[in-house]
Design a protein around this ligand. Structure first.
Ligand SMILES: Cc1cn([C@H]2C[C@H](O)[C@@H](COP(=O)(O)OP(=O)(O)O[C@H]3O[C@@H](C)C(=O)[C@@H](O)[C@H]3O)O2)c(=O)[nH]c1=O
Length: 187
């Protein structure tokens, strides 16, 4: 049980949506964005080792779908601190009953939701407003040699992006489509 976070399971086992409880007073409000103690049931024995922040200027932009291979596989806690995004996690765990299924969650400064994405998932998002600021907690360090990605346009995933896909990075535009016989990622 957590007082500071409402923790809700999604249809993809291990993928959780956290809603941050805020405490308001006449000055404004206070919230915990992360808490080792209160998030123990989703964090387990992992530790947060890196915190990243991004700004995406234009509505409709997509970043993703990203993951790191073992031994740099990581859990990510993804929040939107300004604007609103359509945030997507894809299950790439070979033994999972929901292999290749995706889950999307609207994340915004307003709804105070965080997507807690475990190892074995790819992650990406589309901005629904200009000037979206994202805040990530990672349980593994960035390792460019372990980085990999799936195409956000892959018909095998059929992600229902709300807007036409604009402003993809060169790297993201170059991710290959999933090949026949793709078995997922090893953890
Ligand atoms: C992710 C990352 C990138 N970089 C560098 C590499 C590059 O020069 C620049 C921008 O990197 P990218 O284009 O990969 O940034 P971006 O597309 O925003 O990457 C992010 O996308 C979302 C969907 C995620 O899930 C994140 O984990 C992360 O992969 O920053 C770091 O130095 N450290 C990092 O941890």
């Amino acid at each position: 049980m957590s007082a500071r976070f409402d923790i809700a399971a999604t249809a993809l086992p291990g993928l959780n949506v956290l809603t941050r409880t805020h405490i308001g007073d006449s000055r404004g409000w206070f919230e915990r964005i992360f808490c080792v103690e209160e998030l123990q049931e989703v964090l387990g024995k992992r530790s947060v080792v890196q915190i990243n922040r991004t700004l995406t200027l234009q509505r409709g932009s997509v970043r993703g779908m990203h993951f790191q291979h073992a031994p740099s596989a990581e859990m990510k806690f993804v929040s939107c601190l300004h604007g609103e995004v359509f945030d997507v996690a894809v299950d790439l765990r070979p033994e999972s009953a929901t292999f290749l299924q995706w889950h999307a969650e609207l994340l915004s400064a307003h709804n105070r939701k965080t997507l807690a994405i475990p190892e074995g998932f790819a992650h990406g998002f589309q901005t629904l407003t200009d000037n979206c600021e994202m805040f990530y907690l990672h349980t593994a360090a960035y390792n460019p040699s372990a980085e990999d990605g799936l195409s956000p346009k892959d018909p095998a995933l059929a992600i229902a992006w709300p807007l036409p896909l604009t402003e993809l990075s060169a790297r993201d535009a170059g991710h290959p489509m999933i090949a026949a016989g793709f078995r997922g990622v090893r953890l």
